[in-house]
Design a protein around this ligand. Structure first.
Ligand code: 5AD
Ligand code: SF4
Length: 448
């Protein structure tokens, strides 16, 4: 039998990357060939993102491009992920080549769904929930990196922040059994993985059904118990994202203080510094609650890098609201910041508010934050010069061929001039220079 080639193109967040790895695992074990180039594929799957209009648009552009390139050879397009879940049936109208729409919880059923497409069924669609007994595990062969692995611990979101589409595209929170997570980390460690990212829309909401595997671990929350359980595997580095500020318990910092392999980086998206806007966003905290969390982090035993997300131009955001955001950024001294212009998402509560901050104002506010953050970031990065940091080298730098690039435990990009093969190793590096977005250094042993 001729093997069917499948190519999966991924947009969006780490959860989508993890879902692609899971899909590839299921497809390969069902006999499909998973290839890394769209040109030779019989089936092209787009794993889509809908968090902002710009991200959503990408899939439509890509389907168009592919149709042009592949005019001479027939192929099938499948749309999976968040856009598939939200738009459903209507996606069959974008092009004749679209034969499959598979929602965010259909990953494990892709082999059977594709089978139906290949045997001639038109417009195959599956927007159903995950079914019991479906596996989270993915094969190491399908992972995006041989050194860094994403391990989902919780899917979905119950928070319903008013601007956000995720609760609709990914459904209610579902936590993975702790014993499953720990087993996977042990397997990854044995396979040579040095860094594990525990991922979820809201990792601090982690709440396993049975709690099996966590009884031996202390902790004020299930998530801090899980952190201690994963730390006990002895894997070199553990990072986690994303934390929801309201549920960020101080015991998380305590657990991190206790275990060196829980890396010194915390992503705590604030979204806005204005209490009025935070209320309209229904984030469940105000700027002083948030600052209390930041102080807890700052009083930890180690120096914890802190990063955040900001939305500019939420409906009704005034110059005064925006100033409060600038002030909060100044106070928090973030190591890095992701800034987004508010984008209306149909079906969310905020879509009923008038999107009244003009595109020009959104851009101006975006640029002002960017400028402020660059200044803060340059100062923070400069303060690392002369310090020794532990670096996992992940490969050659894309910008300068001979440099090796990697990440510090606090998740900063760092490059060193070195032609020897350090890829896949962890080394101590002395920081010699700092730019806004990255550090430069030399191996401790080569230090003059
Ligand atoms: N518009 C702009 N940014 C958004 N985000 C989520 N929804 C929207 C939206 N409708 C941002 C938030 C979130 C990040 C992943 O994306 O800052 O933390
Ligand atoms: Fe969206 Fe809020 Fe859930 Fe994050 S916590 S995924 S912003 S609804």
């Amino acid at each position: 039998m001729k093997k069917t080639n499948v190519y999966i193109e991924t947009f969006g967040c780490q959860m989508n990357v993890a879902d692609t790895e899971r899909a590839a695992t299921r497809l390969r074990s069902a006999g499909y060939m998973v290839v890394n180039c769209a040109d030779i594929a019989d089936i092209v799957l787009f794993n889509t993102c809908s968090v902002r209009a710009r991200a959503e648009q990408k899939v439509f552009t890509r389907v168009g491009e592919l149709n042009k390139i592949r005019r001479s050879k027939s192929f099938i397009v499948g749309i999976m992920g968040c856009v598939a879940q939200l738009e459903g049936e209507s996606l069959f109208n974008i092009s004749k080549s679209v034969g499959l729409v598979a929602g965010t919880q259909a990953t494990d059923r892709l082999p059977q769904l594709l089978e139906r497409v290949l045997t001639g069924e038109n417009n195959v669609i599956d927007l159903a929930e995950r079914q019991s007994g479906e596996e989270w595990n993915v094969s190491t062969a399908e992972r995006h990196s041989p050194y860094v692995a994403f391990v989902p611990i919780i899917e979905g979101c119950n928070k319903f922040c008013t601007y956000c589409i995720v609760p609709y595209s990914r459904g209610r929170e579902r936590s993975r059994p702790a014993s499953d997570i720990v087993k996977e980390v042990i397997k990854l460690k044995a396979a040579g993985y040095h860094e594990i990212h525990l991922i979820g829309q809201n990792v601090n909401s982690y709440r396993p059904k049975t709690g099996e595997g966590l009884e031996l671990f202390s902790g004020a929350t299930f998530f801090s118990k899980l952190l201690r359980a994963v730390a006990a595997t002895g894997v070199a580095r553990i990072k986690f994202t994303t934390s929801f500020p309201r549920d960020f318990h101080s015991d998380i910092v305590t657990a991190m203080d206790e275990h060196e392999n829980l890396c010194n980086w915390i992503h705590l998206p604030v979204q806005s510094g204005s209490d009025r806007i935070l209320r309209l966003m229904k984030r469940g905290y105000n700027s002083s609650n948030y600052m209390r969390r930041v102080e807890e982090i700052r009083s930890g035993r180690r120096r914890y890098a802190l990063t955040s997300d900001i939305i500019v131009g939420f409906p009704g955001e005034t110059a005064e609201d925006f100033n409060s955001t600038l002030k909060l950024i100044e106070r928090c001294q973030y190591d890095s910041l992701y800034i987004f212009k508010y984008s209306v998402r149909r079906g969310t509560p905020a879509a009923n508010l008038t999107d009244d901050v003009s595109i020009v104002e959104k851009s101006e506010r975006f640029i002002m934050i960017e400028k402020l953050q660059k200044k803060i970031q340059a100062q923070i990065n400069n303060s690392y010069v002369g310090e020794t940091v532990s670096v996992l080298f992940e490969g050659k730098s894309a910008k300068s061929g001979n440099d090796m690039t990697g990440h510090t435990t606090c998740n900063k990009v760092i490059n060193i001039k070195d032609t020897s093969n350090l890829e896949g190793t962890i080394n101590n590096v002395v920081v010699t220079d700092a730019k806004v977005n990255s550090l430069y250094g030399v191996l401790v042993e080569n230090c003059p």
